[in-house]
Design a protein around this ligand. Structure first.
Ligand SMILES: Cc1cc2nc3c(=O)[nH]c(=O)nc-3n(C[C@H](O)[C@H](O)[C@H](O)COP(=O)(O)OP(=O)(O)OC[C@H]3O[C@@H](n4cnc5c(N)ncnc54)[C@H](O)[C@@H]3O)c2cc1C
Length: 439
């Protein structure tokens, strides 16, 4: 056990030197850069947040300069010569979430096109786009992930082959063209970083063979003719990452930008990609929860009511204990599942039999629910002060509320996990010890 400022970390996963150094550095960046930028962005009008000179760009560039995007990549994709451990990745993700859910989200969606190219892209696309993107430290490249549409939200994230008949026509369709595809239609107003991204990883329904269900996954340069953006959405929370619509008015996507040609989105590719995003977001959610817990503890120690500090009251003690218990359990599970997912994703090595959808979803559901519950309790511990816009817990509560919809609602993620466990659970081999001892 070791002390770290206000926080105490139980070193369950056996942090080594690499993880300790990264954690100290990432925490400093979260304190000095992410939180101040996030709080400023939270109060700005949507258009100001993406204007030149916005603190958004400085914060994202700092993360690039630190090379945090590279620690999630294999050496072949431009990551460090030795693969960074899942534990180290988890430590960084938690600190990013602690600093700002919005900036952490922007950081993650930035990686989507790169991850897509690294796993599925042609050598040509790797040289042309992935290499300069991974090398970039100036913020010249920024990615987003355009999945949901105005009429297809949960439908897109939980789609399985047997849902195809109910999905209907997508609002973004790819039409075959000479040497590539033409994209027509739009994505929803919730595309994270849509208003600032240079490139998007895009899912579009492909019309080839008259089967409109089949999904094409491609990378689109958002400077291409025919791309339009909607204004940044004015949301309740996660205001530190702008969200907005993307419109495609006959945008030509050359074949070399196609990552996965038209075919069923699930299970071969979509399931596994969502395992990765679920495992990653779970660790970010733990950071949000820990931030709320630490705010509540700090306030309860400092505030006097009933003749003594709030921490002297049993109800506050129990609330703080319950928050602590939730954060610690969610962290342990999120870390274990990230390690397991990294080790089992297709392409991860000889053991790579596929990550486990039910465990990845469970990690995301648990950590997001914990973040929301802990942020809710943190406001209660603050009393009226927790409702004031100057209180960090007020922002954390709004962010945590958005988090239980971001990247799939809790209910839809849980239903997705249920579908997998009902069909596939035997004697579950994914026991925690095996997951923790991976790598
Ligand atoms: C902060 C944030 C960031 C986001 N970032 C992105 C992004 O980068 N890219 C992107 O493409 N999208 C993004 N989204 C969109 C997000 O993925 C969707 O909002 C989410 O999947 C839910 O879809 P929806 O909002 O259309 O709600 P709906 O799908 O309309 O759901 C409404 C309600 O019905 C329930 N429901 C829906 N379908 C079912 C079902 N089959 N069974 C049971 N209950 C159901 C849901 O649980 C929910 O309570 C983001 C959203 C947020 C809030």
């Amino acid at each position: 056990m070791e002390q770290h400022g206000e926080a105490t970390f139980l070193d369950l996963g056996g942090l080594g030197e690499q993880e300790r150094v990264l954690r100290e550095q990432a925490h400093r960046i979260a304190v000095d850069v992410l939180r101040p930028a996030a709080r400023a962005l939270d109060r700005m009008a949507p258009a100001e947040r993406i204007a030149t000179g916005s603190p958004l760009f400085g914060a994202l560039t700092t993360l690039k300069q630190l090379g945090y995007h590279r620690i999630f990549l294999t050496p072949e994709a431009g990551g460090p010569p030795e693969r960074v451990s899942a534990l180290a990745q988890s430590v960084v993700l938690e600190e990013l979430g602690w600093g700002s859910l919005g900036l952490a989200t922007a950081f993650l969606v930035d990686m989507l096109p790169v991850m897509g190219i690294a796993n599925f892209g042609s050598d040509e696309l790797k040289d042309e786009l992935m290499v300069p993107w991974v090398d970039d430290e100036s913020g010249a490249y920024h990615g987003c992930w355009a999945i949901t549409e105005p009429d297809h939200g949960s439908d897109f994230l939980s789609l399985r082959d047997d849902d195809a008949p109910t999905f209907g026509r997508a609002q973004l369709v790819a039409e075959p063209a000479e040497g590539g595809w033409n994209l027509r239609g739009q994505k929803s107003a919730w595309v994270s970083s849509g208003p600032i991204a240079t490139h998007a990883a895009v899912h579009a329904q492909a019309g080839r063979d008259g089967d409109l269900y089949h999904s094409l996954f491609c990378v689109v340069d958002l400077a291409d003719p025919g791309v339009r953006r909607g204004p940044p959405a004015d949301m309740l929370g996660v205001r530190d990452d702008p969200q907005g619509e993307l419109f495609f008015d006959g945008v030509f996507v050359p074949d070399r930008n196609v990552l996965v040609p038209p075919g069923p989105l699930y299970p071969a590719f979509g399931d596994q990609l969502l395992c990765l995003t679920s495992s990653v977001l779970a660790n970010v959610a733990v950071g949000v929860a820990r931030a709320a817990f630490e705010e509540a503890l700090g306030h309860a120690r400092a505030r006097t009511q009933g003749g003594g500090p709030l921490t002297g009251h049993k109800n506050i003690q129990l609330t703080l204990y319950s928050m602590f218990e939730k954060v610690e359990s969610a962290r342990t599970y999120a870390r274990a599942v990230l390690a397991h997912t990294n080790a089992h994703l297709p392409g991860a090595g000889p053991d790579a039999t596929g990550a486990s959808p039910r465990h990845a979803r469970a990690a995301q559901v648990l950590a997001k629910r914990v973040a929301y519950e802990v942020a809710h309790d943190a406001v209660q511990v603050h009393g009226a002060q927790g409702l004031h816009r100057d209180a960090l817990v007020e922002k954390l509560f709004r962010d945590a509320r958005c988090l239980i919809i971001e990247d799939g609602t809790l209910e839809v993620l849980a239903l997705d996990a249920a579908r997998d466990l009902v069909a596939n659970y035997e004697h579950d081999v994914y026991d925690l010890e095996e997951m923790l001892s991976r790598e």
